[in-house]
Write a protein that binds this ligand. Structure first.
Ligand code: HMG
Ligand code: MG
Length: 302
């Protein structure tokens, strides 16, 4: 299939990136990073997570942060929500998109959410109805689609069953997560062949962690299959605290750079994107995995 002309990037750095981070960032620092990401014209920014603060201490200031953002009208600000309690906080914070989550493997769902898949589904169904009644956009992640740290391969039937179920609730977009970065192009091609026979491509996003350096190759494969929505994280920060082995998401700068070279429009300001990644790198005080950030540093220091 021909490559698409336009792609949407979902920036998940402030949520997926920081949830696994041992360095504490103050609310004002998180706010500044989100301002820089906003300046880069990222169309969607997942700013935080209304999960239990004991489960993810790095994001325990979710409500204050969400309420203190300098939002721009044409940008979608989203947050992760696990349950009705998180949803109440989301509504108080008045963000645009509620991102729910479930795992395709029973063990990861239990470790991540302290409940079974069967228990999580009705919670998501009810939250979707509440979000839609309030005029909010809805997104749901399905984790471990390409490999689970506990159960290894997840049967394709299970991924299809969950995708179908979530779409039947009226969720606007499903993001399929390669939680621990196990996916490879052949697997992506095979799984998408089956998925896209049943579901429209514009309902499906892909969320690649880059543990084994396969992120860009997987995105290229998915572009050729017709996918036009990809999650990525500024600087390549990221990981799930309840999935051992999970490292950062594919870096937003690297994805945007590849898309630009392929002639695919994202409407993102690349220099501003580098500035945002550079800023977060100094805050977490270690070298981040982003290739474009490395190239930028060697260019500016040579
Ligand atoms: P639980 O302990 O089973 O919760 O946690 P509970 O319902 O039994 O309630 C226990 C107490 O927690 C109660 O308080 C609740 O009110 C409170 P008490 O009555 O004892 O005083 N509580 C809450 N407080 C604040 N916010 C809430 C909340 N919910 C209950 N939302 C829970 C269940 C789901 C909350 C917990 O397991 C949790 O927070 N898990 C989140 C784990 C997480 O954030 N993981 C990372 C995100 S997922 C990911 O990274 C994957 C993704 O990137 C895609 C991919 O890569 O594949 C999305
Ligand atoms: Mg993730």
């Amino acid at each position: 299939m021909a490559l698409p002309k336009r792609v949407l990037i979902r920036e998940v750095g402030p949520r997926d990136g920081l949830q696994n981070e041992s360095t504490w960032l103050d609310t004002s620092e998180k706010q500044r990073w989100i301002e820089l990401l906003t300046a880069a014209r990222l169309p969607y920014i997942e700013v935080t997570s209304f999960v239990h603060p004991k489960w993810v201490p790095a994001l325990k200031d979710a409500k204050e942060l969400a309420q203190s953002l300098h939002k721009k009208g044409d940008i979608t600000y989203a947050a992760l929500i696990p349950n009705e309690k998180g949803l109440a906080h989301f509504f108080e914070a008045n963000l645009d998109t509620g991102a729910m989550f479930i795992s395709s493997s029973e063990t990861h769902n239990k470790k991540n959410m302290n409940q079974s898949i069967q228990e999580t589904l009705p919670v998501i169904k009810q939250m979707t109805a509440d979000l839609k009644a309030a005029g909010k956009h809805t997104r749901a992640y399905i984790s471990t689609v390409f490999g689970c740290p506990y159960e290894h391969q997840v049967p394709m039937d299970q991924v299809l069953r969950l995708t179908e179920m979530l779409l039947s609730y009226g969720i606007d977009e499903i993001s399929l997560g390669d939680t621990i970065g196990e996916a490879h192009p052949l697997q992506v091609e095979r799984r998408l062949d089956i998925l896209l026979e049943r579901f429209p491509a514009d309902k499906i996003a892909l969320h690649f962690h880059d543990t084994k350096g396969m992120g860009l190759a997987n995105i290229y494969t998915a572009l050729k299959a017709g996918i036009t929505i990809f999650d990525a994280s500024s600087g390549g920060l990221g990981g799930c605290p309840y999935a051992p082995g999970s490292s950062g998401n594919v870096a937003t700068e690297d994805v945007v750079h590849m898309l630009q070279k392929l002639g695919i429009d994202t409407n993102i300001n690349f220099p501003a994107l580098i500035k945002a990644a550079e800023w977060i790198e100094t805050k977490v005080d270690r070298t981040l995995p982003s290739h474009c950030l490395r190239a930028f540093h060697s260019h500016t220091t040579s």
